[in-house]
Write a protein that binds this ligand. Structure first.
Ligand code: GLN
Length: 484
């Protein structure tokens, strides 16, 4: 039996076909391992053992009958707790949803079910995906598998740690301002944030609807590509989803070196400034050297409005978040006992929301309501929308002379648990290199570097043109081969 530690989607699929093991056996092994390992890492908020084992068996039966199986058939996956799977809890790591059980499947889950993927359970996250360390979860603190005194990053920290600690082969997270890429970098796994509109947002508990995208984590770029291909595509249940026919794009999984070599990579001068740690800087330089050895050309570019990105994001995101959180009134979705003695509707709202939301959710509701309020709307919200257009325009200009942009993912490696909890602004700075990408709606990937300056992982970020995930995944797959 293969060790769970070496299993990628690709190897698992090949092993199944060669009958080296069954899907059921591997799924059982994952649960055995999770029950021991997760005591230390605190990745999962809920396990779905019964349904997972049933689903795994279906793949084994299909193989025994000689049927063709999909790449993801029987593959044990971990799913972030803001993504709805019918019949399982979906709390978004918030107390206000602690009793909520999803009554339907998210668009991405429907697609994965069609491929017979196996869902091991729901992973921990920052409450409503607000955060960069998973410390804002109302339920537990996930540890970084490389050093359990450190955070796994966030907000999809549970999904990144699950893959890094071999408690799932791959996983899904969501990224509004960096929540897939930053934890991928901190945990040493691959994380892809797709182009806005590439992947359905139906059935995702929304943080900021004009920024959110669901994306994959994998041990390899190839695995991220397989999972991305499976979840991408038009969904009539999401008005912002777009059909781009990723399903028939062979370049996602079988890139050609002669095409990849033609790409020019831009290095934005605003992203290479003092403030980034020496470990991160050295790791990025090392990756650039390796990519040059593949034949890729580099060019310095400028994204002049970068300095406004964080402020712009914290206005637009909070405005949308406050509107999205308004639906959690403690009457719909789930109730909790705290409000049983409420004396009227207003009192019920106050009690439910007061007890149900954590500090960060409250902070963002208040800020968001403020920037949308009459008299301040023009000064904040509308101005931020204009700045957003300038930031997007910077990328459009840059992409006239380069095909892909490379930068760090985050200014530091994983920080220690508790280090930034009392300083929200320091926490917000973790996303300085990832946020502009969401504002512009572009795809971006975090790929582990192999620098040996430190034992903690560091990822580098590749940002692509809209709908050009194939460039990021292509470069990544060749970069990965260099490491073999
Ligand atoms: N860390 C950022 C925030 O707190 C991004 C979160 C995310 O991408 N969901 O908003």
């Amino acid at each position: 039996m293969k060790s769970l530690h070496n299993l990628t989607i690709r190897k698992f699929h090949e092993g199944l076909l060669k009958k080296d093991f069954s899907a059921l056996e591997i799924t059982q092994k994952f649960f055995e391992y999770i029950k021991i390992k997760d005591i230390e890492i605190d990745t999962y908020l809920a396990l779905a053992e019964k349904t997972a084992l049933q689903e795994a068996e279906k793949t084994d039966i299909a193989i025994a009958k000689g049927e063709n199986i999909e790449d993801l058939a029987g593959v044990p996956l971990a799913i972030k707790d803001n993504i709805l799977i019918k019949g399982l809890q979906a709390t978004a790591a918030s107390k206000i949803l602690k009793n909520y059980v999803a009554s339907y499947d998210a668009g991405v889950i429907k697609r994965l079910k069609n491929q017979h993927a196996v869902f091991l359970g729901k992973t921990n996250m920052d409450e409503f995906a607000m955060g960069s360390s998973t410390e804002n979860s109302a339920f537990k603190k996930t540890k970084n598998p490389h050093d359990i005194t450190r955070v796994p990053g966030g907000s999809s920290g549970g999904s990144a740690a699950a893959v890094a600690a071999h408690m799932a082969i791959a996983s899904l997270g969501s990224d509004t301002g960096g929540s897939i890429r930053e934890p991928a970098s901190f945990c040493g796994v691959v994380g892809l944030k797709p182009t806005y509109g590439a992947v359905s947002r139906a059935g995702i508990i929304a943080l900021s609807s004009s920024l959110d995208q669901v994306g994959p984590f994998g041990k390899t770029v190839e695995d991220a590509a397989i999972l991305f291909k499976a979840i991408a595509g038009y969904d009539p249940m999401d008005a912002t989803s777009v059909e781009k026919n990723y399903a028939h794009n062979d370049a996602l999984l079988s890139p050609k070196l002669e095409n990849i070599k033609q790409l020019t990579i831009g290095l934005p001068e605003e992203y290479f400034v003092p403030g980034t740690s020496k470990e991160v800087t050295a790791a990025i330089e090392e990756s650039i050297k390796k990519l040059k050895s593949l034949g890729l050309r580099f060019k310095t570019i400028s994204l002049p409005h970068t300095k406004y990105a964080l402020s712009c994001y914290y206005i637009i995101m909070t405005a949308e978040a406050s509107s999205n959180l308004a639906r959690f009134d403690g009457v719909r979705y789930s109730r909790n006992e705290k409000a049983d003695d409420a004396t009227g509707l207003r009192d019920l709202y106050l009690k439910q929301r007061g007890a149900g939301f954590g500090a960060e959710a409250k902070r963002r509701s208040i800020l968001g309501t403020f920037v949308l309020s009459s008299g301040y709307y023009d000064a904040y919200y509308e101005k931020a929308q204009r700045v957003r257009a300038l930031i997007k325009n910077d990328f459009d200009e840059a992409f006239k002379s380069v095909d892909v942009i490379l930068s760090p993912v985050a200014p530091t490696q994983a920080f220690t648990i508790g280090e930034k909890v009392s300083d929200p602004l320091a926490m917000y700075l973790s996303d300085i290199f990832t946020i502009p990408v969401n504002l512009a709606g572009l795809p971006a990937i975090s790929i582990p570097t192999t620098s040996n300056l430190s034992s903690l992982p560091v990822g580098f970020q590749l940002i692509g043109k809209k709908w050009r995930e194939e460039d990021l995944l292509g470069i990544g797959q060749f970069y990965e081969k260099l490491e073999l």
